[in-house]
Design a protein around this ligand. Sequence first.
Ligand SMILES: Nc1nc2c(ncn2[C@@H]2O[C@H](COP(=O)(O)OP(=O)(O)OP(=O)(O)O)[C@@H](O)[C@H]2O)c(=O)[nH]1
Ligand SMILES: [Mg+2]
Length: 248
Amino acid sequence: MRLKLLDDGTATFTATGSSTQKAETTNPEIVFFAEAGSAALLLKCVNAGRFTLTVELSDMGNQQIDLSPTPHVAMVGLDSAGKTTILYRMKFNDFLQAIPTKGFNHEDIIFGRSKSISLGVWDVGGQEKLRPLWRSYLRHMDGLVFVVDSNDKERLEEAKVEFQRIAQAPESQGLPILVLANKQDLPQALSVFDVEKALRLCELGSDTMYHTEACNAMDWNALNHGLEKLHEMILKNKKKKRRTRKWR
Ligand SMILES: Nc1nc2c(ncn2[C@@H]2O[C@H](COP(=O)(O)OP(=O)(O)OP(=O)(O)O)[C@@H](O)[C@H]2O)c(=O)[nH]1
Ligand SMILES: [Mg+2]
């Protein structure tokens, strides 16, 4: 089985007895592997558009490389926090009046200063009866977005309980977290500092990467900045995981 990196940033890999498959790669280490001429690759699994390769390298042991074209994140938070409005702002660059989400919405969004970053976003309904389902969405995710209505002081305690519950769930361990302190356009909105304090972000384990962004659902620049930070953390996390595996 061989992996070949093409000029357009995609990679082809050929499995014995199967046709050539093509996957986008944003993984800089693939360049390294290809340049190192290490072509002993085993296609481990291909499911739901996700590609994982096990790479056998004589000097480094086995490594798994995620060739998924797009990292995936779950976006949760109390009902009416603004999740769906944010999702459609980033997807369609427009304001769409959302109705309460009964299940989930899924969109791939493209952002970044040069519109070069893509992220699959799973926006899960926040009504009380739907919250027990949040955890099940986290299983194959690369990150977590928690949206808070910064103006809704009465429900901040409830937001904290739900935030801590999802952040402490086994499925979230190690996932980078982006907190969107939404609805900053409203006059009573709490600052990032107060939102972080209210959610007790300081109680997250020292190995959990997180970032809080003040935004409103129409503020493309703030949303873009927050999502860029999340994307950076996801890439860092993937690198860290690979390094840990390497030394095991
Ligand atoms: N003023 C203001 N209103 C917002 C903002 N973001 C969302 N809203 C409004 O808040 C309401 C709820 O927004 P949704 O996007 O449906 O909230 P949600 O988090 O998806 O809610 P569920 O689907 O029930 O979990 C809508 O009326 C939005 O227009 C914001 O930044 N500022
Ligand atoms: Mg919604």
